[in-house]
Design a protein around this ligand. Structure first.
Ligand SMILES: O=C(O)[C@H]1O[C@H](OP(=O)(O)OP(=O)(O)OC[C@H]2O[C@@H](n3ccc(=O)[nH]c3=O)[C@H](O)[C@@H]2O)[C@H](O)[C@@H](O)[C@@H]1O
Length: 364
């Protein structure tokens, strides 16, 4: 045998091994559609490693777009998007939107902000900066590159509403100096900025007012009703007494982004439950022996909130479709796995502080 043949024979199994490894590497990603250059968009998702952002990342990646996730990992987690790391259409940037960002994109989903009361109240000034300076920076970016920006606004802009249900024309009832103001007013001024950039600079904007959402990848220490109830029921603790799912929400956001409605649109589930009904439902789904406990309410806590979604239905043909119990069961499964993880001491999910301050208690 010639020397070349010998080398070839020796190298052949190695080549085969490399091919196998390459295949296993490319096959580890969820399936992604192929989009032509014309249809493929470069999409920035701020807060893309968070609870809602990571579900949106999944959808847009699977639809075949190029997705850049920007997150400062205050409440977002790398784990939520780790299944895309290394994919040629995916990029993860550890960046705080309070600092300017210069990249080239076609669409911006601006979701970056802590969203649950314990998280956004932990550092109210940081929450204000994120929603004001952060939104200004993203609008500046949108203006520079001619991108369309969708702001993830919130039902909190309605405050503790005096009308029921709330449609998009309601101006809200917000205490500007209360404990929730950093988030409520932050989002209100973020909306104001969107329309100022639209009118003055011609930036294309979309504003989704999102109502309470729950589901997998929601933080266990989120502090909102569903996560609290499930956690307490699973751990046999007392339940300290409407919602919809990330898949429904993500479809609503994408539909709004690609529609021509620039005025605010409510996205939420109009099916209303009392907190007590909800506690009882979760208790029975978890098959928990927890008892339900009544505590004094928190300051400025909205008494009742229900979205009027006629606008989304009429203009986007959108409404939530996932049944409540199905969503709850999925979330319960996700939290059970997270608790197991914790018990095994492998990973303890906790919101990370943007900046630790001496002597300031952590909220969890
Ligand atoms: O102060 C003012 O008088 C001006 O403020 C803004 O203009 P400017 O501050 O130049 O900033 P924008 O281009 O609107 O961008 C806002 C911010 O976004 C940030 N940015 C901009 C572009 C970009 O690609 N990325 C990015 O993060 C910058 O930090 C910038 O401060 C307004 O657009 C002007 O109309 C106004 O006259």
């Amino acid at each position: 045998m010639k020397i070349e043949q010998k080398i070839d024979a020796a190298v052949a199994p190695l080549r085969e091994k490399i091919r196998e490894l390459e295949l296993s590497f490319t096959q580890k990603y969820p399936p992604v559609k192929f989009l032509s250059e014309k249809d493929r968009k470069r999409i920035l998702i701020t807060g893309g490693a968070g609870f809602v952002g990571s579900h949106l990342t999944d959808k847009l990646m699977m639809d075949g777009h190029e997705v850049t996730v920007v997150d400062n990992f205050f409440t977002g987690r790398k784990r939520n998007v780790e299944h895309w790391i290394g994919h040629e259409n995916f990029e993860l940037i550890n960046h705080d939107v309070v600092e300017p960002l210069y990249i080239e994109v076609d669409q911006i989903y601006h979701l970056a902000s802590p969203a649950s009361p314990p998280n956004y109240m932990y550092n109210p000034i940081k929450t204000l900066k994120t929603n004001t300076i952060g939104t200004l920076n993203m609008l500046g970016l949108a203006k520079r590159v001619g991108a369309r920006l969708l702001l993830a606004s919130t039902s909190e802009v309605y405050g503790d509403p005096e009308v029921h249900p709330q449609n998009e024309d309601y101006w809200g009832h917000v205490n500007p100096i209360g404990p929730r103001a950093c988030y409520d007013e932050g989002k209100r001024v973020a909306e104001t900025m969107c329309y100022a950039y639209m009118k003055q600079e011609g930036v294309e904007v979309r504003v989704a007012r999102i109502f309470n959402t729950f589901g997998s990848r929601m933080h266990m220490n989120d502090g909102r009703v569903v996560s609290n109830f499930i956690l307490q029921a699973l751990q046999g603790e007392p339940l300290t007494v409407f919602l919809f799912l990330p898949s429904d929400l993500v479809n609503g956001l994408v539909s709004l982004m690609n529609n021509n409605i620039s005025s605010p649109v409510n996205l939420g589930n109009p099916e209303e439950h009392t907190i007590l009904e909800f506690a009882q439902l979760i208790k029975s789904l978890v098959v928990s022996r927890s008892h339900i406990q009544f505590l004094p309410e928190a300051q400025d806590d909205p008494q009742r909130r229900r979205p009027d979604i006629r606008k989304a239905k009429m203009l986007l043909g959108w409404e939530p479709v996932v049944p409540l119990e199905e969503g709850l069961n999925k979330t319960i499964q996700y939290f059970s796995r997270e608790l197991e993880h914790q018990a095994n001491n492998q990973y303890v999910p906790k919101p990370k502080a943007a900046r630790m301050k001496k002597g300031r208690p952590r909220h969890n």
